[in-house]
Design a protein around this ligand. Structure first.
Ligand SMILES: *[C@@H]1O[C@H](CO)[C@@H](O)[C@H](O)[C@H]1NC(C)=O
Ligand SMILES: *[C@@H]1O[C@H](CO)[C@@H](O)[C@H](O)[C@H]1NC(C)=O
Ligand SMILES: *[C@@H]1O[C@H](CO)[C@@H](O)[C@H](O)[C@H]1NC(C)=O
Ligand SMILES: *[C@@H]1O[C@H](CO)[C@@H](O)[C@H](O)[C@H]1NC(C)=O
Ligand SMILES: *[C@@H]1O[C@H](CO)[C@@H](O)[C@H](O)[C@H]1NC(C)=O
Length: 453
């Protein structure tokens, strides 16, 4: 277990870790890999390939976070310990993602698709490439590169993202080392990093002195944003962290949650990392609904500090942006039954949130930022070749199915309650949705399966 001191040092160090260019990420030393097939550089079959890399932390070290550069020809979704962290569909532009890690063992999973090239020959080159830097508590790091030590499968088992069953996997094949073959080096680039930070936001809760003590349980928070007349909102970047955890909704749609926090002494509370979501916006008025949950204190089973922190940057079609931070203009209300019951409450049943402390102040200090993928973008089926998964099995798991780790817990300690119990997904990469959304999401998962089959 890390002392908070070491942990804060680490977080300040991590905020300095930025890949300035493509080669800094380690990608130029990685290889394009795929499921073994003849002619991967010319006529790889179209369809999905799942990749897994399980990485054990060397003894004496504690993993804190990973910075990851990844891309695939043609597209990919990536998970860390079952938590979806990002996706992309332009092989020439690698994405740079950050994830919170478990202290000792971490599973990196990628689902990549080789899309049809079109007549006369559908088959075309296929490859996935990644460089993962694992950052340890002692400031050292390890670089994990895609190579033939990764596992690959084209018949993709249910639930593959946590490596629960790797019997269908085989060693991946190197299609080309970086720079060689069809992918070359000429037009490869790294996506411009999203620089939105937590500056100016405040920790809020529904009761005063929640930075010292607040009742155990869930409180919903809402910020309603209406586009100025003449402007069309196209997307939003949302940074959110809660002590102890949260579920984020855009209007009434489930977007995501931090990695599962088991409120254990040996793991780092997920609140140490604000989750960064990017969501598409289609409405003139959008409600950001966040249901935050305060766990019991570990030491005495009593109450503990509680807070929610958020920053929302809305992008408009004219290129302008507008930024909103958690403050007393947000509304709060007890989420007495379910998160969706809160989402359905009208504004006049809510009261203004109460500012506890400014971001950066104790007891929470500085946070790091981790990437999280909008649940609506997470594949819910393994696609062609996956006979083990039927659409009716494509249910959703509750939020909080993966685990993060690395050190100290909540500032005032915290314990085992109220953490949404992780349930698991019968089918495919896990979709994370709250219980009541299951029918709704299964339906859209069904739609998705139909689309790719
Ligand atoms: C992460 O740690 C948690 C608890 O320590 C464990 O349940 C989970 O399986 C771990 N995840 C991985 C991928 O090892
Ligand atoms: C990848 O391509 C497949 C097939 O076209 C599509 O169904 C899927 O949504 C794409 N995934 C991403 C992450 O772009
Ligand atoms: C880690 O590196 C940072 C930045 O170089 C430094 O400030 C910090 O003291 C180091 N921490 C440890 C535990 O060595
Ligand atoms: C955070 O963002 C603000 C405004 O975009 C910027 O001025 C500031 O330098 C950033 N702070 C850090 C620590 O990156
Ligand atoms: C999915 O994985 C979890 C643990 O990682 C396991 O408990 C569950 O049984 C798995 N489900 C299937 C269908 O394999």
């Amino acid at each position: 277990m890390l002392s908070s001191f070491v942990f804060s040092l680490l977080l300040s160090f991590l905020s300095l870790v930025q890949a300035d260019d493509f080669s800094d990420t380690g990608l130029t030393r990685a290889s394009w890999i795929w499921n073994p097939e003849p002619n991967l550089q010319t006529t790889a079959p179209i369809g999905n390939v799942a990749f897994l890399k399980t990485f054990a932390t060397p003894s004496g070290k504690s993993a804190i976070s990973a910075t990851i550069a990844v891309t695939a020809d043609n597209n990919y979704t990536m998970w860390v310990n079952g938590q979806p962290i990002g996706s992309g569909d332009n092989w020439q532009t690698a994405r740079f993602l950050t994830a919170q890690l478990n202290t000792s063992t971490n599973v990196f999973a990628v689902l990549a698709t080789n899309q049809a090239a079109g007549a006369p020959v559908d088959a075309n080159p296929a490859g996935m490439i990644a460089a993962i830097t694992v950052h340890y508590a002692d400031n050292s790091s390890d670089l994990i590169l895609t190579d033939n030590s990764w596992l690959a499968a084209s018949t993709i088992p249910a639930n593959f993202t946590t490596a629960a069953d790797v019997s269908a996997f085989t060693g991946a094949e190197v299609a080309a080392t970086y720079g060689q073959g069809v992918w070359g080096t000429a037009s490869n680039s790294l996506e411009t990093p999203n620089t939105l930070n937590l500056t100016g936001s405040s920790w809020i809760w529904s009761t005063s002195s929640a930075d010292i003590n607040a009742p155990v349980g869930s409180i919903g928070f809402r910020k309603t944003i209406t586009s100025p007349s003449g402007k069309t909102a196209t997307s939003a970047t949302i940074l959110a962290a809660a002590d102890n955890t949260f579920q984020l909704f855009l209007n009434d749609e489930y977007i995501g949650a931090p990695p599962h926090d088991d409120n254990g002494a040996a793991t780092t509370g997920s609140w140490h990392f604000a989750q960064r979501f990017t969501v598409d916006l289609t409405e003139q008025t959008n409600a950001i609904n966040i249901v935050a949950t305060n766990f019991k204190a570990q030491a005495d089973g009593g109450t503990t500090a509680a807070g929610l922190l958020a920053v929302v940057r809305v992008a408009y079609s004219d290129g302008s942006t507008q930024t909103f931070v958690s403050d007393a203009s947000w509304l709060a209300g007890a989420a007495t039954t379910t998160p969706l019951a809160f989402v359905a409450m009208s504004d006049n049943a809510l009261v203004p949130a109460i500012v506890q402390v400014a971001y950066g102040s104790q007891p929470w200090g500085q946070l790091s930022i981790a990437d999280a993928l909008d649940a609506r973008e997470v594949p819910g089926d393994n696609g062609p070749g996956d006979d083990s998964v039927s659409d009716s099995q494509s249910q959703s798991a509750q939020p909080g199915s993966s685990q993060s780790g690395g050190g100290s817990s909540s500032p005032t300690g915290s314990a085992n309650v109220n953490a949404p119990a992780p349930t698991t997904n019968a089918a495919g990469p896990r979709i994370r949705a709250p219980p009541l959304l299951i029918p709704l999401l299964s339906f859209s998962v069904f739609g998705f399966s139909r689309l790719i089959l």
